[in-house]
Design a protein around this ligand. Structure first.
Ligand code: ACO
Length: 330
């Protein structure tokens, strides 16, 4: 009989070499360690130098995940790269495939901002459940520092760069227990990284657009309200689909956007703080990388163990949000 269940068998993560702490931020904008720490919980963030690429950090995370899963690059059937900041606007998944030597794998990018990893996990699951692929490498990676306005104190203190990866494998028992995904484009203006057209007259009848992407723009208060309302709702729905309750969760693993959001969501769900995974003090908001980065750290620290049940939720630009309930290991 064909294995149509899913197991998450390996994780890995990587960050750029250099970090900038809150004190360093005060040299760039009018801010303070006290403001950043109390409003967000962030103390430092890793930032890619102009010589470091997304492909490099994503490939480093992927190699660790494959090593933990005990799988070679040639065994990978599909590489999914969740990112909003590719090295190449046509996609960077193929560059990673080339770097890893995953010659059998088909590779493509998936864009869903800070929800990208959760959306990617559900996408990967569809290929495994239909029997099309057995081994999927899912990477969440972002270098948002490329798109941050370093003069805007409302956004530049929040973001960091990084990559996280997992290997999902066909398995007899299904360890992806439930999921729910949502989008609401009517709220796009609350958080975006928009292309602004600039008209270039080609002929008398035709002006094409040769514009540029602008900096990240965010209405922090609206995004905060959205997250605190929608994330508990969607976790509840995913738990319902998994036929589980909040008491069954070993770990709450949210997109690492703001400690206050983590606390508020945990409080609404009545999940004790010792079950909440948080590493944003060290990394800031790493967008699509934040969930797999925190997952990998918790696995390597021995917090997350075989058979533990994890409720993960991503939320962000789009707007998009989603939740997956899964059991770690085979
Ligand atoms: N340092 C010092 N002061 C600051 C800073 C800063 N870095 N940033 C803003 N301020 C000031 C503002 O100018 C404002 O001053 P004013 O009252 O004189 O105008 C004051 O602090 C309050 O600003 P608010 O924006 O109201 O601050 P708030 O308490 O809402 O906190 C924050 C801002 C941290 C961004 C919060 O709204 C938040 O976390 N929102 C959610 C963000 C998020 O979760 N994003 C996730 C998605 S990211 C993605 O998908 C890519």
């Amino acid at each position: 009989m064909q294995n149509l269940g899913i197991a998450i068998t390996g994780s890995g993560s990587a960050v750029p070499e250099t970090f900038l702490n809150n004190q360093g931020m005060t040299e760039l904008v009018d801010t303070s360690d006290e403001w950043i720490t109390t409003r967000t919980g962030i103390r430092q963030r890793y930032l890619a130098s102009c010589h470091e690429s997304l492909t490099q950090i994503a490939s480093a995370a992927a190699k660790q995940a494959m090593a933990m899963a005990g799988i070679t690059a040639q065994e990978i059937d599909l590489i999914l790269l969740a990112t909003s900041t590719p090295d190449d606007l046509f996609g960077s998944a193929c560059q990673i495939q080339g770097e890893l030597g995953a010659t059998r794998a088909v590779a493509f990018d998936l864009t869903a901002a800070c929800s990208g990893f959760v959306f990617g996990m559900v996408t990967a699951a569809q290929y495994i459940r239909t029997g099309v692929f057995q081994n999927v490498l899912l990477i969440g990676a972002d270098i948002l520092s490329r798109w941050v306005d370093w003069q805007d104190r409302r956004t530049c203190v929040l973001f960091g760069d990084g990559a996280g990866a997992v290997v999902l494998q066909a398995n007899q028992s299904d360890r992806l227990l439930g999921f729910e995904l949502k989008s609401d484009g009517t709220q796009n203006s609350n958080l975006n990284l928009t292309y602004v057209p600039q008209c270039q007259q080609l002929t008398a009848d035709l002006a094409v657009s040769t514009g540029n992407f602008q900096f990240i723009s965010m209405n922090g208060k609206e995004v905060y309200k959205f997250a605190v309302q929608k994330v508990p709702e969607i976790i509840d729905k995913a738990l319902f689909r998994a036929q589980l309750t909040v008491e069954d969760i070993d770990w709450l693993l949210l997109h690492q956007a703001n400690q206050r959001i983590l606390d508020a969501v945990a409080q609404r769900l009545k999940i004790p703080e010792q079950k909440v995974i948080s590493n944003l003090a060290s990394y800031g908001n790493t967008s699509a990388a934040s969930i797999p980065l925190a997952l990998d750290e918790a696995v390597r620290e021995g917090k997350i163990q075989n058979n533990h049940i994890i409720a993960a939720s991503g939320f962000g630009a789009g707007l998009t949000w989603g939740s997956v309930i899964f059991q770690w290991g085979k």
